[in-house]
Write a protein of this length. Structure first.
Length: 666
């Protein structure tokens, strides 16, 4: 099957990081206006072989609706689903009923909330992957969308609806591209009022009271997880600092059931995130925070509390497996839910306003996430949706195994691996080894997790061992692990990428031969792929990246303004850390490249500008190295439209079939 494209390291090992700084005019800007129409046409996505496309399209039909939001009275479930090819909103009027589609078109659309009176849905819609969504209202019976706010090149993001269903609060960067202000919208009149406009990336984390007694718990992002919290009184304009001022500390907070108290999630006092209660006005010394949930050797990854302040739902990250813990919000006593114990991922979703209903998503390696609704009054768990798996036996989907490999300094690096039948290293010893594809996750503050993955299954069915490492810098393994790659410290752990490929070659061989190994990833995983193929050239035989960073300096200069300060805190300061950024930029190691590289990029990407892919493609071409480039003019940070998802997967699978299954030198 063919398609026709256009085509551990430490600071002590500094000599190995010698680089040649790229000598080319840096690009400027992002989005469609930063790339000429001629280049867009030149690198337009080519067609796939029909047989390849057919199989991938069939796999994309294997899906389930999103977790969803239950109606205030528990009679309906509203959810997003990409069954039409692009994520849209659906409604079900009874458990396992027929879904009614409420929105349509080519733009990704999601449901944010249902008004307390049950009359309106709050809808977010993004156009072309630009990540500048608009906010809308739609009747819960369906019909046209009523615009709350949609401004070109402006992000409008939902916060909450008042308990009387009269007012909607949202935050937006229309006043300054690098700040979010808070607004109030009147549902009856459409009037918009500016509520809070202090500089910073603000959002409403929670609220309490109403009318003149309304208080907003405002959070200002100061890093990927770090935040400052203040309490703001709209009636008086008075704000009171609470948490995080002058710190770079992780905080996630909400009002507790007890007046004058917050529930706070932080890793300030432990290597792992813990859940605490904290009295407003107290100091931020350790003794002022009282633990309410502290599982041993795992993160409390997140939490929510229902509007009625009856239940706290906490997500526990158990080495990549998601567990659900529920606490009584009044007493903090643990509550038990009769949920399946064998599931890889169990998550709580939205609660009804009275706290009676909550959605629960349950996912296994052989089943997409399926939504249930738990009724606290009846003590009953009801399945509301069915997964779609036409022409597939889901029992054949390969479950990942949790393994590890040692970094150069001996640190065990966790890795989830899916082996096709007969491809494990201890099977069929007389046969040649199966090829391996190593996928690095994005973020970088993300985590490869076990569970249901049609994407991974496609590679397994194509005969590839599919490995997903969680290198240092990944989330879920404690603060020290997460912060190991912050700023120049990344130089000490970037070798985890190299060590994965080397270990696989050394330990997964058969018949006297080492396996051929490819590397892939999107976003930061795309950056990792470029690092693997440049800085560590020779470890991997081929690389395919999607929306990856090729030069950390040009990336930080050109990424969207609202993201720049947060990314600088993670990758490094362009002035203070300039030398480290150069040493860590793949584009400065092109003289080492030995294997083929596939580059895929969305033109509208506000996170990683298209110039990142174009500049490394051009620099490789100047050296006479072929690196096929594909530009999607109607996508942003990764593909959201079904046809483009199929193309991306098809290009990558075929690329690895050509370069990992064909003997070297042929």
């Amino acid at each position: 099957m063919r398609y026709a494209p256009h085509f551990g390291l430490t600071l002590m090992l500094a000599p190995m990081l010698a680089y040649t700084q790229a000598e080319q005019q840096p690009y400027q800007g992002l989005g469609a206006g930063s790339v000429s129409p001629e280049l867009v046409a030149k690198y337009a996505p080519p067609a796939l072989d029909p047989q390849v496309s057919r199989r991938i399209q069939s796999m994309l039909d294997v899906s389930a609706p999103g977790q969803g939001i239950v109606a205030p009275d528990g009679s309906r479930l509203y959810f997003s689903w990409r069954v039409t090819g692009t994520q849209q909103i659906f409604r079900i009027d009874a458990p396992l009923g027929f879904p009614r589609q409420l929105t349509g078109g080519e733009d990704r659309t999601s449901v944010e909330a249902v008004t307390p009176d049950g009359k309106w849905l709050v809808v977010s819609r993004d156009q072309g992957g630009q990540e500048n969504p608009g906010l809308y209202l739609q009747s819960t019976e369906g019909g046209s969308l009523k615009t709350v706010q949609k401004i070109p090149n402006v992000r409008t993001l939902f916060d909450f609806v008042s308990d009387d269903s009269r007012q909607l609060y949202f935050h937006s960067n229309e006043l300054a591209s690098d700040s979010y202000a808070i607004y109030r919208y009147e549902l009856a009149t459409g009037a918009k009022t500016l509520v809070f406009s202090e500089k910073g990336l603000w959002r409403v984390a929670d609220h309490t009271g109403a009318g003149a007694q309304l208080r907003l718990l405002l959070a200002k992002a100061t890093g990927p997880f770090a935040a400052e919290y203040v309490e703001f009184e709209p009636a008086t304009g008075h704000s009171t600092p609470l948490l995080g001022a002058g710190e770079q500390t992780e905080y996630d907070a909400a009002y507790a059931a007890h007046p004058g108290e917050l529930i706070v999630l932080t890793n300030k006092f432990s290597d792992f995130r813990r859940l605490y209660r904290w009295q407003i006005g107290s100091d931020t010394k350790p003794e002022s925070f009282h633990e309410v949930l502290a599982p041993r050797s795992m993160d409390v990854a997140g939490f929510s509390i229902d509007r009625a302040r009856w239940h706290i739902y906490a997500s526990l990250n158990d080495g990549g497996y998601t567990r659900l813990a529920v606490l009584d919000a009044q007493t903090f006593a643990p509550l038990d839910l009769p949920l399946p114990r064998q599931a890889e991922q169990v998550r709580a979703g939205g609660s009804s306003r009275d706290g009676r209903f909550v959605t629960i998503a349950i996912e296994t390696a052989q089943s997409p996430p399926v939504s249930y609704v738990w009724d606290w009054r009846e003590g009953k768990l009801t399945q509301w949706v069915l997964a779609a798996a036409p022409e597939f036996d889901l029992s054949t989907f390969v479950a990942p195994k949790l393994m590890s490999y040692p970094a150069a300094d001996g640190t065990p690096i966790p890795m989830f691996v899916r082996f096709p039948a007969g491809c494990a290293p201890d099977e069929n010893a007389a046969q040649d080894p199966c090829p391996v594809v190593v996928q690095f996750h994005g973020g970088p503050e993300s985590q490869a997790r076990p569970g249901f993955s049609p994407r991974a299954q496609l590679f397994v069915e194509a005969g590839f061992v599919f490995a997903e490492p969680n290198v240092r810098g990944s989330d879920g393994y404690g603060k020290a692990w997460l912060d190991a790659d912050t700023g120049p410290k990344r130089l000490d752990v970037i070798g985890d990428i190299d060590d994965a490929g080397k270990w696989i070659r050394a330990h997964w061989g058969r018949n006297g031969k080492a396996p051929r190994v490819g590397v892939m990833g999107g976003s930061y995983g795309g950056y990792s792929t470029l690092v693997a193929m440049t800085m560590f050239a020779g470890t991997y035989d081929a690389g395919a990246e999607n929306v990856g960073i090729s030069n950390l300096e040009t990336f930080l200069r050109n990424t969207a303004a609202y993201r720049r300060s947060l990314r600088t805190g993670k990758y490094g300061d362009p002035d203070k850390d300039a030398e480290a950024l150069r040493k860590l930029s793949p584009i400065n190691y092109l003289d080492r490249v030995q294997g083929p590289l596939l580059l895929i990029q969305g033109l509208n990407d506000p996170r990683v500008p298209a110039g990142e892919a174009i500049q490394i493609h051009d620099a490789l071409a100047a050296r006479g190295i072929s690196a096929p480039l594909i530009l999607f003019p109607d996508e942003g940070h990764g593909s959201a439209k079904r046809g483009n998802i199929a193309l991306t997967l098809g290009y990558m699978i075929h690329f690895f079939e050509d370069n990992l299954k064909t003997p070297a030198g042929h």
